[in-house]
Design a protein around this ligand. Structure first.
Ligand SMILES: Cc1ncc(COP(=O)(O)O)c(C=O)c1O
Length: 483
């Protein structure tokens, strides 16, 4: 008897061909979107169909309709935000994760998924130089890793003050504040989700190297001694890649009974490179750490990791039991550590990325990204009419474009910087994005993709040079401040 053809074969084969064609075109297709909002809506907003459509037709239409609306973020010429690509084994494992469709809530629902995650979690701690005794959770991203870690912090700090937050909630609970170093907006959202209140996040003053100093931290801690406090430190600021001095400040937080949480969305990965590891000296003494796989490890979205130094605290904040659940005495049930119930088996892609690259491959990828960031920033800095605001310490740098007209003001330079970035996006060869840093508009240089090469770095400098020259010519004839 001939076996029945699989209903999956057709759509999966189209998906494979399309994926290979997309990945193969990243080097020569525009890195920016070329389709407009209304074009994409016109193509994708089809009437809700009454009858089904063949899976082959659905996937063929999808591939056609998204054309021009996909950024080149999977490729090596994408230097915006903090976006990594996907190494091939991680992408393939991610596809299989969907095909296997395991519910990675419990060992009982997906034994291999549970073990792959358990193993990958141990490897991550090893690579990042975190304590082997720490617990971990695989979550959707760094923001949810903050939620997980800060839930553990909330549990511990309030329990020390006689309050069981999981049972009693927050109404009437002792106050809790977050003293934050250079903080990313995801911290605010995590704090909001946990009911801690954005108003209780207090920003600490930073020094010129974007670090919290011992004096500033001590003064803040002494302002309301005895208050439940999280000290939030930075490992790789979004704009500058700055790191706090953990050796200096963690002991001060400890003296005051604070919980120390580290946002290392990408910067914690510097710990995987012998060349950059010293930036993280002392970070292992914190209470919790949040990072991402979808940034510098080059695992597909969505992949974040939370680590907590005291597993019992982590588990108390997350675990749940229900009569219908099945638990294995000896296995690791993800529901004990994760905020979700049903969830994707995220461990497979991380497991595959780490195996493909190995310890040396990860270190090499980190080093290459840092080298390319330096090349791009130096190259742009040599173009006339540019200002380097931040030379990369790791993989992040900041540059600014100066309005060439006599008497141009800071506001003109801001506008001119925005115009050059816009023109780079229209040029399409490479992709960058802007930011406001210390009150001035700047372009961020952020390199996290394993595929970025020397050629891509030089293509970036050339594209910026082209667009800058064109914008300089454009404004040269108009009066200052009217640009
Ligand atoms: C420093 C920092 N922290 C946290 C985040 C949030 O990470 P995610 O988008 O994975 O939730 C980012 C994202 O860019 C970041 O750069």
């Amino acid at each position: 008897m001939t076996p029945k053809p699989s209903p999956f074969a057709g759509p999966l084969e189209i998906a494979l061909r399309s994926a290979l064609s997309h990945l193969g075109s990243l080097d020569h297709q525009p890195a920016a979107a070329s389709a407009t909002l209304s074009q994409l809506r016109a193509r994708l907003a089809k009437p809700l169909n009454d009858s089904g459509i063949s899976p082959e037709a659905v996937i063929t239409d999808l591939v056609r309709d998204v054309q021009g609306g996909l950024l080149g973020s999977a490729g090596g010429r994408f230097f915006a935000w903090a976006i990594g690509g996907s190494v091939p084994a991680a992408l393939a494992a991610d596809w299989l994760t969907s095909a296997w469709d395991q519910n990675a809530a419990l060992f009982a629902c997906g034994p291999s998924a549970a073990i792959a995650e358990e193993v990958a979690g141990e490897w991550l701690k090893d690579l990042l130089g975190l304590p082997t005794s720490a617990s971990f959770a695989f979550v959707s991203g760094c923001q949810m890793a903050h939620v997980c870690c800060l839930a553990a912090a909330r549990h511990a700090l309030l329990l020390e003050r006689g309050w069981n937050v999981e049972r009693q909630g927050l109404c009437g609970a002792p106050p809790l504040r977050i003293l934050a170093s250079n903080r990313h907006g995801s911290v605010e959202r995590a704090v909001r989700l946990l009911g801690l209140g954005e108003g209780n996040v207090l920003d600490l003053g930073l020094d010129r190297n974007e670090r919290v100093t011992a004096g500033v931290l001590r003064t803040a801690l002494e302002t309301a001694p005895g208050t439940a406090t999280v000290v939030l430190l930075q490992a790789g600021d979004l704009n500058t890649g700055a790191f706090d001095d953990y050796r200096e400040v963690i002991p001060i937080a400890r003296e005051h009974g604070a919980w120390v949480h580290v946002d290392g969305a990408f910067g914690l990965w510097a710990g995987a490179s012998p060349h950059f590891r010293t930036l993280l000296d002392g970070v292992a003494d914190a209470d919790s750490w949040a990072t991402d796989g979808h940034k510098w490890l080059n695992v597909p979205y969505d992949s974040g990791y939370a680590f907590v130094a005291r597993p019992a605290v982590h588990r108390a904040a997350m675990s749940h039991r229900a009569p219908y659940l099945v638990h294995d005495q000896d296995a690791r049930d993800q529901i004990d550590w994760n905020p979700e119930w049903s969830r994707r088996a995220r461990g497979f892609a991380t497991y595959a990325a780490i195996r493909q690259l190995g310890r040396a491959g990860i270190a090499d990828m980190i080093d290459r990204c840092c080298r390319h960031a330096a090349t791009i920033v130096e190259g742009i800095g040599q173009l006339p009419g540019t200002e380097v605001l931040w030379r990369p310490q790791i993989n992040q740098g900041l540059v600014r474009f100066l309005d060439p007209r006599a008497g141009a003001t800071d506001a003109d330079h801001d506008r001119f910087t925005g115009a050059v970035i816009q023109s780079v996006l229209e040029d399409g060869d490479v992709f960058f994005a802007g930011t406001t840093w210390r009150g001035r508009r700047a372009m961020r240089v952020s390199v996290l993709n394993w595929q970025s090469s020397d050629r891509d770095a030089h293509a970036a400098i050339a594209a910026i040079g082209r667009c800058l020259t064109a914008q300089q010519a454009k404004v040269a004839t108009s009066p200052a401040t009217s640009f």
